[in-house]
Design a protein around this ligand. Structure first.
Ligand code: PFF
Length: 466
């Protein structure tokens, strides 16, 4: 099929099964793996948090991912149309589809700000890195980046422009092509950094931090965070995998593809921890540094390392690549819904959605300031989150989207596919193209019972109801 077909049929298609796997791995592997997972693992004390997260991936995330891809491939539509076609016209089930689109919109608006920090740090590293700076100067650099509204806006604009440029290119020559180039590069860069980390003194300490469970370090909120993050990292609950599944041909094996994507994502997150923590422990630093972990602790370590500027450049460029392939998937969900639901063509749809998301992200870019989005918003949200617990604009939307909207979105997809979809269509959607037809019943049982019970239990636990 030639690229021209995308404009005549109005719907793109991956060039092959590997095109889909790489693009979906690109969608799943992102800031969530390299920036967020290590710092939340650090904050939640390592081991046990990691174990719960792995359980959530295998028993909850994987079945939902399969449900999403199945829904997309069977209907060849993005979330709203997929829900509609799999139930019936006028069914209220399009509502979770729209909520998913809104979630993608929200996440991309602040994701782009973090990606902007990665761009800024790549730029700083290219200029000689952090050599000659002491720890205090480096941590104040991060503080001053976060509180510098103009700088954040500049990088947020640059990153959104890059994302829009790729999505305008379409499914095959935009999204798939960039994933085919950036994902292998990312794997190689991460392996090189792992080699470096393995030679450092802190490696064994880091290994046991990540892999030995310690119940005393995990809180109620930590369990919710592990679940929320398993959705975030696999890009579930907002229809990204429905959309990517909709560009798949009917003959492809989605069961094995989904397993490969989840394994790749999990391995990369664990490797990211094994790159970061050894370096952090070797330099006697705390794993609990929070969102600044990769932007403060790591540059401090790089500043004291031979060839630190080169390693820093490699690391931050890797972070940008990972962020870009995920950001395009979020924009793609919104854009493809607009294309499916209206007569608007890809280029104007992308420009329109990109601009709206960009505008909504401006307060996130200004969240480190004293103004409305920062201190002002903290005061306002203290009413909800409690005295001294107020969150700025950025943190509020990150908390809402990743801890609540994604798990709820995933729950709806599971309930919809397990209970609302017709048995014949569901079975056909699962079995088409796969050798693993005998796994159908096990998958359906997980989707029917374990997934809803697990998600609801964690949400009730977080609300202190159980
Ligand atoms: N999975 C991405 C990450 O780990 O960074 C984030 C993400 C992308 C979430 C796409 C949701 C999504 F639809």
């Amino acid at each position: 099929m030639s690229e021209g077909n995308e404009s005549t049929t109005r719907r793109g298609q991956w060039s092959s099964r590997w095109g889909f796997i790489l693009a979906s791995a690109g969608c799943a592997i992102g800031l969530g793996n390299i920036w967020k997972f290590p710092y939340i693992t650090g904050e939640n004390g390592g081991g046990l948090f990691v174990l719960i997260y792995l359980g959530c991936i295998a028993l909850i995330g994987l079945p939902i991912m399969l449900a999403e891809v199945l829904l997309g491939r069977a209907t060849q539509k993005s979330p709203v149309g997929a829900y509609r076609d799999f139930s019936c016209k006028g069914s209220p089930w399009v509502i979770p589809g729209w909520i998913g689109v809104m979630t993608g919109f929200i996440i991309l608006s602040y994701y782009s700000v973090v990606a902007g920090w990665a761009l800024h740090y790549t730029w700083l590293s290219l200029q000689g890195g952090f050599s000659g700076m002491d720890a205090e100067q480096i941590s104040s650099t991060f503080g001053s980046v976060f509180s510098n509204g103009t700088l954040n806006l500049g990088w947020h604009s640059a990153f959104m422009l890059m994302t829009v440029a790729v999505v305008i290119g379409g499914v095959r020559s935009g999204v798939e092509r960039i994933a085919r180039i950036l994902m292998p590069l990312l794997f190689v860069m991460l392996l090189v950094l792992l080699g470096l980390a393995m030679q450092s003194d802190g490696f064994s300490e880091a290994f046991s931090f990540v892999f030995s469970p310690d119940a005393s370090k995990l809180t109620r909120a930590g369990v919710l965070e592990a679940l929320g993050h398993s959705f975030f990292t696999l890009s579930l609950g907002m229809g990204a995998m429905i959309t990517y599944g909709s560009y798949l041909k009917k003959k492809e094996d989605i069961v094995s593809a989904v397993v490969v994507i989840s394994i790749l994502d999990t391995v990369i997150a664990l490797v990211a921890c094994l790159v970061l923590f050894p370096i952090i422990f070797s330099f006697g630093m705390e794993p609990k540094a929070g969102p600044g972990l990769v932007f403060v602790s790591l540059p401090i370590a790089f500043s004291q390392m031979a060839g630190g500027a080169v390693w820093a450049t490699v690391f931050f460029a890797l972070l940008v690549f990972a962020a870009l392939t995920s950001a395009i998937s979020m924009l793609e969900v919104v854009v493809s819904t607009i294309i499916d639901e209206t007569r608007i063509k890809r280029t104007p749809a992308t420009l329109l959605c990109g601009a709206a998301i960009y505008l909504f992200g401006i307060p996130s870019a200004l969240s480190g300031t004293d103004g409305f989005a920062g201190e002002g918003f903290k005061k306002t949200t203290a009413v909800v989150f409690g005295e001294d617990q107020g969150k700025n604009w950025f943190d509020t939307f990150d908390y809402l989207a990743s801890n609540w909207l994604l798990p709820l979105g995933g729950l709806m997809i599971a309930v919809f596919v397990a209970y609302r979809a017709g048995e014949a269509a569901r079975r056909k959607g699962f079995e088409e193209g796969t050798r693993f037809q005998n796994l159908y019943v096990a998958w359906l049982l997980l989707l029917r019972y374990l997934v809803p019970i697990g998600v609801v239990a964690v949400l009730l636990h977080a609300l202190k109801i159980i």
